[in-house]
Design a protein around this ligand. Structure first.
Ligand code: FAD
Length: 364
């Protein structure tokens, strides 16, 4: 026993040699040929990490009829793109997708592999990490690297019910893997002049070898996709009840956006949790964020402060939300929101419906 312990100690002291592992790889997620925004956001972050490590940034695109996405990955910052395009890969299934990832990882030997922390990304990353085997940090919100020679990935995520940030290291295995939340990192501007090499990878798994079959894909109707939305109209406790969310929905519809909410509104049961923005909800990075009747508690703002333009509407001029808002309107939301909706509709040539006067009029 003592001898065994001695051996483990000695083993630990020996630094493993990872000099043949180089490069940062982003696994691009797509559905029906449309990439998830988090993939391009990760390429933006990956570019920064690769530059710090003085190494290459790779993208891996898997699917069927997805060659255009390989080009897109180049436009968003990848130096080289691996593409596996086959009919068997049309729908996401763990085994064939992880088989392709493993093949490319063995071939390229990247030191870091990143996935979006989506349902698919989590499933795929977990399957690969256990196969390799290597370490995986799930749902990270901050990523950095120690410069060479250490080259360690510093993968940070909230821990202990979001009360603290933990930075997790994977010292003895490669590649270092992480899934990262959507909306946290920023994509690089799309640059169509970037033409990068596309390396084709064969799919080795035939349909008859794949146990899982996708019979039908039923999309969740009515479920919001906050992370992909460019415009979010969010409401908080200031709305006073569930009815006023109808008024917000009208503004969101007029703008082509979706409705978000603070936790106070969700906890009150006025709207479902999938609308929640913040520390325990979604992290979002839209072009335009309306914070309506939201005070701006830090647990809310951590989820939306990276929005490009923030408009706050609040009757309390001292509400903390005004500290991060680009535009602020002090006043009663029940008067202001319908007025904005009407102005937007006029400008966009949309019919001014009866809803605008009734929902607003309830409380105004
Ligand atoms: C561990 C933890 C995790 C959390 N996670 C989240 C999270 O993910 N997301 C989140 O949002 N919160 C989260 N919270 C809660 C957070 O701390 C706040 O309690 C919450 O964000 C407050 O929501 P609110 O701004 O809607 O409500 P309030 O703070 O009550 O603010 C309501 C605002 O509406 C304004 N108002 C009222 N009436 C009107 C009117 N007629 N016109 C205009 N303005 C009006 C008021 O002036 C006020 O500023 C978390 C808390 C903890 C402890």
């Amino acid at each position: 026993m003592a001898e065994q312990e001695q051996q483990t100690v000695e083993k630990k002291e020996k630094e493993p040699d990872f000099s043949d592992y180089r490069g940062v790889m982003i696994v691009v997620e797509q559905r029906y040929g449309k990439a998830k925004a988090v993939s391009w956001q990760l390429l933006g972050k990956g570019r920064e990490l690769a530059d710090k490590l003085e190494t290459k940034l790779y993208a891996l695109v898997i699917g069927h009829e997805v060659e255009h996405l390989a080009k897109e990955a180049g436009y968003y910052g990848a130096d080289e793109v691996y593409l596996c395009d086959a009919p068997e890969l049309k729908d996401y299934r763990t085994r064939p997708y992880s088989r392709v990832c493993l093949k490319v990882i063995h071939q390229v030997k990247p030191e870091i592999v990143l996935f979006g922390a989506t349902g698919t990304g989590r499933d795929l990353a977990g399957a690969i990490a256990t196969h390799l085997p290597t370490g995986l940090t799930a749902d990270t919100t901050e990523l950095d690297v120690e410069p060479p020679p250490s080259r360690l990935l510093l993968a940070s995520r909230p821990a202990f019910s979001e009360k603290m940030m933990a930075t997790i290291l994977c010292k003895r295995y490669r590649p270092q893997m992480a899934t990262a939340r959507a909306g946290v990192f920023q994509a690089l501007p799309r640059d169509e002049s970037r033409e990068v090499p596309i390396i084709r990878v064969e799919n080795d798994m035939k349909e008859e070898e794949i146990a899982a079959r996708v019979l039908e894909f039923i999309s969740e109707t009515g479920k919001v996709n906050l992370e992909e939305a460019e415009i979010i109209v969010a409401g908080g406790r200031g709305l006073g009840g569930p009815e006023a969310f109808g008024m917000l929905k009208e503004l969101a519809d007029a703008l082509g956006g979706v409705v978000g909410a603070s936790r106070a509104a969700v906890d009150a049961g006025w709207i479902s949790h999938d609308h929640q923005v913040g520390q325990t909800g979604h992290t979002v990075r839209p072009k335009l964020y309306f914070a309506i009747g939201i005070s701006g508690a830090v647990q809310h703002t951590v989820g939306m402060s990276n929005s490009e333009v923030i408009v706050a509407i609040n009757k309390d001029e001292n509400a903390p939300i005004f500290q991060i808002a680009h535009y602020g309107i002090v006043g009663d939301l029940f008067k202001i929101v319908p007025a904005i909706t009407e102005a937007v509709k006029k400008k966009r040539g949309l019919p001014i419906g009866p809803l605008a006067s009734t929902t607003g009029g309830n409380r105004a």
